[in-house]
Design a protein around this ligand. Structure first.
Ligand code: SAH
Length: 566
């Protein structure tokens, strides 16, 4: 329960908002504050005091006992601007509560415990099954005590502030071990179990075989990433149900694919039945890795022939490449997902000016590989190479990283032995459109005028096609010192099909501190006012300047009737 205490009318108003939002978690303490604080301190796990920190310090000082047992206390100032975690930041959960209260009241959370400022990820937020002393090891990480990281298998971890030695430990393993005292065991999904079964094999036989194979090899079922078999067995009930009970996906491969995998124990029976000399071993080994349990057959109490086979492989470690769009510049146009991926990464790769944009968000210990303009190919190769080494890599780009940016060169380099996660971003075209009004209300296209990567003939053909099709066009990379004739040329092509009065929006540094924008026309635009920080959006024949805003009507009908009237 969270006890709420206030003294003034403004404090009571904020208190009531909290009480209304969390009716089941909060209890209001009325009456003289000294008495209210004393009662709440005794009865609640947490307190939120709508009082000055000084007042609260004096009130709770005589009540404070043990940091592990005392309630967490958060103070909210009279103006509702700050939610201060005062005592019990970790044990009492005051840091977390300050963040929650801050979110609810639009107040800035103030957290002063050093360890939270440096941002260690929660061990239970890594997406892996976790066993052992999570609370103890987390506290050790937060308090900066030495924690040893013991990795028996490779898995892309975020920076954890754990080192070689320590009285606490984090162990990354797929083996069947009990966590020691002061130890957390993380279970990465490293194992693939290949299974084969004859028609009608009971689930208990399949599952029993898988479980005993794992147990006998000293492997942990919680590290199983998938069951794998041949396409022909995709609907075999015993296999499907075994996967369901293990809580893992069933992946299947064609008989040809399996026949091509070299295995230690091929046999004739599956060759005749499904067209590959091995199902279990081959299905487990398709993606490469180390065969830990060669093919074994189920044992049946009734002495009948075995109906199931299995084999276990440890997959090679898979790195993780997140391709993250940072948006056009402003921090509040960076998506929460992008932020999470930046904090998830142990390696960050990007153009130096983009790294500067988000450096403060990175966890300490993140390896930053930044390079200058023009090194795109090299950045792409670096990012992929790091991911191949098993790291968690974030490759960043402004706007959306897939738009005239790093995603395509990176994915052209990347093989299927790494996981790739794309995080979309707000593009320059979208940021500019929002500033201009609604210029993209109908069909639109982006065209880059940079002829470094694309021959000018191709660019010109595309501009002409957009002009003829009456599509709104946003020009990226419109003009630089060495490239000044392309924009006038492109505008001239559009002008062959659009009136000189067609609205044109010019937006420079959208959402950055020195943002500027102008609404002009095809006839009046001075290309000299455009540079590489700019996008230029040219309307179609229906686009209008309405009250100073650029608006392209949505309806086909409006356009049709207008054309009919001409
Ligand atoms: N990936 C980016 C585009 C990179 S290409 C995106 O999705 O937006 C670089 C070009 O984008 C620049 O030359 C400029 O034309 C445009 N651009 C990028 N950020 C911009 C901004 N904040 N304001 C205006 N134009 C921008």
């Amino acid at each position: 329960m969270i006890g709420l205490i206030s003294a003034t009318a403004a404090g009571a108003a904020a208190r009531d908002r909290l009480a209304a939002a969390w009716p089941d978690r909060t209890r209001v303490y009325e009456g003289p504050v000294k008495d209210a604080v004393r009662r709440a301190f005794a009865e609640c796990e947490q307190l939120v005091c709508f009082l000055a920190t000084g007042a609260v310090v004096r009130l709770i000082a005589p009540l404070l006992g043990d940091k592990a047992a005392d309630p967490g206390v958060v103070c909210v100032d009279e103006g509702g601007r700050f939610a201060v975690s005062l005592v019990g930041g970790h044990g009492g959960g005051a840091n977390e509560l300050a963040r929650e209260v801050g979110e609810l009241l639009a107040a800035e959370p103030v957290v002063t415990t050093a360890t939270d400022a440096v941002g260690v990820p929660g061990l239970d937020t890594l997406g892996l099954p976790v066993e052992g002393d999570v609370a103890g090891v987390s506290r050790a990480l937060l308090d900066g005590e030495p924690v040893a990281l013991k990795t028996e298998v490779s898995w892309p971890l975020p920076p954890l502030r754990a080192g070689a030695e320590g009285s606490y430990a984090i162990r990354l393993t797929d083996r069947l071990v009990e966590p020691a005292e002061r130890e957390v065991v993380l279970r990465p999904p490293t194992l693939v179990v290949g299974v084969g079964a004859s028609k009608g094999a009971p689930v208990d036989e399949v599952l029993g075989l898988v479980e005993s194979a794992l147990r006998d090899a000293g492997l942990c079922a919680r590290s199983v990433a998938a069951l794998a078999t041949v396409d022909a067995k995709a609907d075999e009930p015993g296999i499907v149900e075994a996967a369901r009970r293990l809580g893992v996906p069933l992946v299947t491969h064609s008989a040809e694919e399996l026949a091509a995998v070299e295995v230690p124990n091929p046999s004739d029976a599956p060759l005749a039945a499904v067209g590959t000399p091995s199902v279990a071993e081959a299905a487990a080994l398709v993606g490469g890795g180390e065969l830990l349990v060669p093919k074994r057959k189920s044992e049946r109490a009734d002495g009948q022939a075995a109906m199931a086979t299995c084999a276990v492989v440890r997959r090679p470690g898979r790195g993780r490449l997140a391709v993250v769009g940072l948006g056009p510049g402003a921090r509040d146009l960076l998506t929460p997902r992008a932020k999470a991926e930046l904090r998830r990464a142990s390696v960050l790769v990007g153009l130096d000016q983009y790294v500067d944009q988000i450096r403060d968000l990175l966890r300490p210990g993140t390896l930053i590989l930044e390079s200058g303009l023009g090194a795109e190919e090299e950045r792409a190769r670096t990012a992929v190479a790091q991911a191949r080494k098993g790291q968690a890599v974030a490759l960043i780009g402004s706007g959306d990283a897939g738009v005239y940016a790093m995603a395509s060169p990176a994915l052209a380099e990347a093989s299927d032995d790494i996981d790739v996660i794309g995080v979309p971003g707000v593009t320059a075209a979208l940021a500019a459109a929002a500033i201009l009004g609604a210029p993209l209300g109908h069909d639109h296209v982006s065209i880059s005028l940079s002829d470094l990567h694309t021959p000018w003939e191709v660019i010109e053909r595309r501009v002409r096609a957009a002009a003829e099709a009456d599509i709104v066009v946003t020009f990226y990379n419109p003009r630089s010192r060495g490239r000044d004739w392309q924009l006038p040329k492109a505008l001239a092509i559009l002008a062959e099909h659009r009136a000189a009065t067609t609205p044109v929006g010019v937006v420079r540094n959208a959402s950055r501190p020195d943002e500027s924008s102008r609404l002009t026309t095809l006839g009046a635009l001075d290309p000299a006012t455009v540079d590489m920080m700019t996008v230029v959006t040219v309307g179609n024949t229906a686009t209008r300047d309405i009250a100073g805003r650029m608006v392209t009507p949505r309806g086909y009908r409006w356009q049709a009737s207008r054309e009919g009237a001409e």
